[in-house]
Design a protein around this ligand. Structure first.
Ligand code: COA
Length: 323
């Protein structure tokens, strides 16, 4: 069986930065509350670019870095909860924008676990020999789905995009994974509920709703489920914590990461954390972190890293990767 290896990464975030102080001018909040409860200092916010624009810039960054001929790209998977349209998929828009006319393209929705889920799907297509390469992108413009009058949610999210080019290889790459879903808890984090109104049933057409979240329930879920998921991979692969160079967690809340560290016994200094600069960009947090680490020269071939995501669905997903 083949292996799937991440060979290039790329990212793009909108230029406009909104600090906690700026947010405190539109809702009743302050930098002290946001930083101490979440670790967030600022976020990038779109000035008009949509999810596909961000994803296209990410794809072009990857193409440039890898000197990839777009015609050679076989599959494009975009993970997003903030796509421009229900159809065409964001992946199809990206395919057209980058001229990858030989690729198959589709989106998947697994919220903040989206990048791990997309990587898992890419891995199956590669391992089974169907495709030799896959462009995997997480992209979000959450600012368009945010209720900017709700201080309990609007301070938490940001816009951004990043991705990875995955290729067939003989060894290494994705070694183990644990993905899961708990639909029973799904209502604790919803976005864009669209009612089944039509001309025959007399239901009022309402505007789709914004991000709606029971923060405490999601916090509890993440701090229970993610350590279990990581521990499962550690037990299955028998890898020692010393041999894990970095853990790259979904960046939702610094305190969630602290609990994960405590419950897994993996020291905090192994966790890559950049939440202060981006807030929670859902499916984009993990690939943004990976791209930053690559650019900073932190990852060498052969390093073992663990990525772990969790969020809407509710869903989770962890992977052990040999870089
Ligand atoms: N600024 C100032 N005060 C705020 C505030 C804000 N932005 N948001 C909420 N508050 C207030 C609340 O109204 C509450 O006031 P009260 O005690 O007078 O009622 C108080 O702060 C405490 O709120 P609480 O909800 O108990 O805070 P918390 O410590 O649970 O933190 C979250 C809230 C949202 C930061 C936390 O629950 C969390 O991070 N959950 C996970 C959410 C998440 O990451 N979701 C995405 C997952 S992918």
């Amino acid at each position: 069986m083949y292996s799937s290896r991440i060979v290039y990464t790329g990212s793009y975030v909108p230029e406009r930065i909104v600090t906690n102080d700026e947010l405190s001018k539109i809702v009743d909040t302050n930098d002290e509350w946001i930083s101490s409860r979440t670790g967030i200092k600022k976020r990038h916010v779109s000035e008009g670019e949509n999810a596909s624009d961000l994803a296209t810039k990410t794809a072009n960054a990857i193409i440039e870095r890898g000197n990839i001929n777009p015609l050679d790209i076989e599959l494009i998977i975009v993970a997003t909860v903030s796509s421009d349209y229900s159809t065409p998929s964001t992946a199809c828009v990206v395919q057209a924008n980058i001229g990858a006319k030989n690729a198959v393209a589709f989106d998947i929705t697994a919220a903040c676990s989206g990048f791990v889920y997309a990587l898992s799907v890419a891995d199956k297509f590669i391992k089974t020999g169907v495709y030799k390469n896959v462009m995997v992108i997480g992209t979000e413009v959450l600012s368009k789905l945010t209720d900017w009058t709700d201080r309990t949610t609007c301070v938490l999210f940001g816009d951004g995009s990043a991705g990875a080019f995955v290729e067939r290889s003989e060894s290494g790459g994705i070694i183990a994974e644990d993905i899961g879903s708990d639909g029973k808890k799904g209502m604790s984090l919803t976005v864009n509920h669209i009612l089944a109104s039509n001309v025959f049933n007399g239901m009022e057409k309402e505007a789709p709703s914004c991000i709606n979240m029971d923060g405490k329930a999601v916090f509890q879920f993440a701090t229970r489920q993610v350590p279990k998921s990581i521990n499962k991979i550690i037990e299955e692969t028998k890898i020692s914590i010393d041999d894990i160079k970095y853990v790259v967690p979904h960046q939702a809340n610094y305190r969630i990461i602290e609990v994960i560290s405590r419950k897994t016994g993996i020291p905090m200094d192994k966790f890559y954390i950049n939440i202060e600069n981006y807030a929670n960009t859902s499916s984009a947090t993990i690939p943004i972190a990976l791209d930053e680490m690559v650019q900073a020269g932190m990852l060498e071939r052969g390093d073992k890293i663990l990525i772990t995501g969790f969020g809407g669905g509710l869903t989770w997903g962890s992977m052990l990767i040999e870089w």
